[in-house]
Design a protein around this ligand. Sequence first.
Ligand code: HEM
Length: 412
Amino acid sequence: MFMLNGEQLKVDDFFDPSSKDFIHDPKPSLRKLLKEYPIGRFDAWGAWLVTGNRNIADCLLDRRLSTDFNLWEYAPPKKELSEMDSFETLMNNNLFFLNRTDHLRLRKLALPAFSPRIMDQMKVRFAKLVKERFDEIGEPEEFNFATEVAEIIPTQAIASLVGIPRDKFPIFDSLAYGVVRGINPMLSEDERKEATKGVKAGLDLLNELIEEKRSNPTDDFLSTLILAEEEGEKLSNWEMCALTGAVLAAGSDTAVDLHSYLIKALLSHPEQLEELKQDEELIQNAISETLRYESSGKTGLARYVSEDMELLGVEVKKGQMIQLITSTAGLDPNTYDDPDTFDIHRNHDKSISFGQGPHYCIGVTLVRSQTEVMLRELFNRFPNLSLTGDVQYDYDHHNARRMTELTVKTNI
Ligand code: HEM
């Protein structure tokens, strides 16, 4: 059978997700990828790129494509446990790097922490956090939504889920930064060391809390993990810390961008915002639509080939990295009619914004609930909110088209 090779499929001449053009408007190069490259070769990352809703969904279900970073041809040699630093030990227990059996076991033990009962309690806590945040913001003429709300609420929500006391949030923030930044496979050894220097203090804090909650469990994430341990299936402290790290890594950045892009999209489509205010049932659909229309990631979901195989007409080799470019999925005309239009009434049954298969997002209810609480409070306080047009991006952000400025006018 005729196979295409890497040279024929190179995309480096037009695809550069760290460029300013891409950060301002990624759609032209994403559309080109989608149209011409179901699979492409991106030498800048030493990876294959897969595009399109269906192709990515198929890859997410393909057992030959693993999340295990240690399979990567360029992964640093795996150290002995005794030689690993805190960050490396944490990653060694990470959901993404475990074999299938351990992954399933850990996931099963973590799921009760996201049960409907706990999510209902979380909603009450989010409401309190969000109110406090907006009280602090007060009633200014305008404010920067990106830094004053989007950057703060999601990590606080996770800290609150985990059961971190308010005065320890800054230590938890450094842990969050370390795991979110350090997990990026493209970092050099030095960059990773620098990024993860706050991890040790964060882990000390978690270990202290685990010991406290062992004698006095409540209804938070760590207590649920401890109770699961007492019900026969043992979780080590490292596994509990790694689960917390996974929740932080997967749930902070994604939610920060969702907050900013949701507000930008709604304020840019005032007629749809009016509809949403009349019918708050539309909020969840507006969240799905934002994730489709404004997927904020600069990278994709990484997978590593566990055996030589054919993928979309190309021979890929064991150890190679595949990046599933999920930001192309929402623009796929084979899945969505008129994909360039923002429409909060759209059907999202085929959405893969929260993944698919064994690694499907565990925090989907949490982030949906937290975002809804924020949105209701925002428009309760500022019903006439509008954009000023001042938008700035962080061009150096490691994995997202992160806004550093999204100034909104309160019109009160
Ligand atoms: C807008 C926000 C979010 C988006 C778009 C999102 C998206 C995703 C996606 C696409 C995956 C699958 C990754 C893969 O297959 O490689 C995933 C997994 C995961 N997400 Fe989320 N997520 C969000 C928020 C959250 C939050 C708030 C939490 C936790 C509180 C969370 C926890 C996780 C965890 C732990 C996994 C890994 C599950 C596993 O490996 O079994 N996510 N998420």
